[in-house]
Design a protein around this ligand. Sequence first.
Ligand code: 2AL
Length: 242
Amino acid sequence: MNLLILNPNTSEAMTASIAQAARAVASAGTTITAVQPAFGPRSIEGHYDETIAAAGVAETVRLHGAGMDAVVIACFGDPGLDAAREALEVPVLGVAEAAFHAASFVATGFSVVTTMTRTCVTAEHLLQRYGLASRCRGVHGTDIPVLALEDGGAACVDLIEAAAREALARDRSGAIVLGCAGMAGLCATLSARLGVPVIDGVAAAVRFAEALVGLGLRTSKQGDYARPLPKQYVGWAAPLGW
Ligand code: 2AL
């Protein structure tokens, strides 16, 4: 199957590390294409960044969605997820959504360890939206900037490990969700060090996407995920209208 991994930020280095993590877990028959928007913030660390990035996601699925069997939006705020589902018929998964579900399969309660503390509220809002807030026992910022995770983030691993240990104890959690797609390459190291399930949403989303395609499931076109209504878009967004 053809799987599009869409990094909503515009860091080429992060797109490359996300693609590497995705290919490491993908099944033999899965071809990964990793892309990023042509415009938008280098990293997504707040509501403003996320709003601009969501428009980049919308444009990128229009440009690269054809011929794909599934799409993964690889930023922990899942920007543009519902818009991408409207625009496409194939399954579209967000990495936060995938990670929360994976964690719920292996622990009664999990903690999220993320980047900037200001992004914690984004994860909390998503947990509410996905109906999984009762399974999350805490969302913790490390104040590691997203771009510090470029090139694998090896320098950050000790900080993330320390935050995860504190979260496991304080929250009485059984698993850790990594709260940034840029942490994907650290999952194996942190799993080995922490001795509990550590969930990287990129890996979880790749495997869930394969499962959905294997089940023959597609995005419902009944109701709100129907194609966007045709209308004129103006200004720089003119090519994005249907
Ligand atoms: C993210 C992410 O996954 N990519 C990005 O640019 N920002 N999320 C986060 N919590 O920092």
